[in-house]
Design a binder for this molecule. Structure first.
Ligand SMILES: [Zn+2]
Length: 89
């Protein structure tokens, strides 16, 4: 089975990337906060809630590929993009 969902940004998830909101449930049903990737391996990531302390974990190449669509590589107010979280830079 293959996914037909388009992925806008094919780069691997990396430390410092921000994932927004529910993230399609890849982190579980209780995950609602935007989070920052704090560590990344070949097929796993550890994230921390923006402005919080909660850590989450995702693993598996398919899950990480799916999570890429919830990443905003660069959020710049100058581009007219309103960030949903407090991350800058
Ligand atoms: Zn956000």
């Amino acid at each position: 089975m293959s996914t037909s969902r388009p992925i806008a940004d094919p780069r691997p998830l990396a430390v410092g990337d921000v994932l927004h909101g529910f993230c399609g449930g890849y982190f579980g049903r209780e995950h609602y906060d935007c989070c920052i990737i704090e560590a990344a391996g070949v097929d796993w990531i550890v994230t921390r809630d923006v402005g919080g302390t909660g850590l989450d974990f995702a693993a598996g190449r398919e899950d990480l590929a799916g999570l890429r669509q919830y990443r905003t590589p660069t959020v710049r107010p100058a581009d007219g993009i309103t960030p949903c979280c407090a991350v800058t830079e």
